[in-house]
Design a protein around this ligand. Structure first.
Ligand SMILES: N[C@@H](CCC(=O)N[C@@H](CS)C(=O)NCC(=O)O)C(=O)O
Length: 253
């Protein structure tokens, strides 16, 4: 695999393959919250490293994040950020209740993130940043969905201290990096600076509380290490690399 390793965090028993995207930052935050030692392995998706046979062996959907846990009889690879959060919660006994009622609520809100927040926000990032002009329908479709979902999250957080219920959980960890990314990328959330706060106040309050957690800050800092490598990968990527990354042009299937 051509991933390049960063410095270890703690006694590194887990490799996390990733980049600086919110799906990866979920996992670095979780590793920090659970005090699990890890080593960041950068994957240059602009150079197509996610399509090598070695990477596909641990992540068949050719996506980051993926972890490899060496703290077992045989190393175990886990792909898909939601599945990784559940795996790490069960490994550490933290942030996912074992009682069925509480566990079900956490898993419901984790699924809302995986099935709605990630895909809809992700598509809006794509059409905001990378699509050619002339995609008004798509942009309106995804910004409408993002606004609707922000409203769903705000209503939940107006009625419950945390997304999964009374306690901080993997549902919060999964969702927070996407709100952070949205606030920095979507102009209508970032400008005026209090737009998020005015329209979705319960969500904004929750966002601020999480941002102050030391483990969240450390997880974000690990994402920043990936970001430095992404920046140089991004700046050396040519138009063909973007076509391969986005499955378009001669790479369209
Ligand atoms: N459902 C996946 C989505 C992960 C995902 O979309 N990863 C992107 C970066 S954020 C990726 O690896 N893209 C590379 C590609 O599609 O070739 C998860 O939650 O882990």
């Amino acid at each position: 695999m051509r991933a390049s390793a960063g410095p270890p965090h703690g006694s590194a028993m887990i490799d996390i393959y990733g980049m600086s995207s919110p799906n990866v930052v979920k996992v670095t935050i979780m590793l920090e919250e659970c005090a699990l030692g890890y080593r960041a392995q950068h994957v240059n998706v602009f150079a197509g490293e996610q399509h090598t046979p070695q990477f596909l062996a641990i992540s068949p959907n050719n996506k980051v994040p993926v972890i490899v846990d060496h703290d077992r009889e045989a190393p175990l690879a886990v792909a898909e950020s939601g599945a990784i959060l559940i795996y790490l919660a069960e490994k550490s006994g933290r942030l996912l209740p074992s009682q069925p009622v509480q566990r079900s609520a956490v898993l419901q809100w984790l699924m809302v993130q995986v099935a709605s927040v990630g895909p809809m926000f992700g598509q809006l990032v794509h059409f905001t940043r990378y699509a050619p002009a002339g995609n008004d329908y798509s942009t309106q479709r995804y910004s409408g969905e993002v606004r609707r979902i922000l409203g769903v999250l705000d209503r939940r957080l107006g009625a419950s201290p945390w997304l999964g219920g009374d306690d901080f959980s993997i549902a919060d960890i999964a969702t927070w990096p996407w709100i952070r990314t949205a606030a920095s990328i979507f102009p209508w959330l970032a400008d005026p600076p209090d737009a998020l706060r005015r329209q979705w106040p319960a969500l904004a309050r929750w966002f601020d509380i999480l941002a102050q957690r030391p483990a969240v800050q450390r997880g974000v800092a690990s994402g920043e290490q990936f970001l430095q490598r992404d920046r140089s990968a991004f700046s050396s990527a040519d138009p063909e690399a973007f076509d391969r990354f986005f499955n378009r042009g001669k790479y369209a299937r």
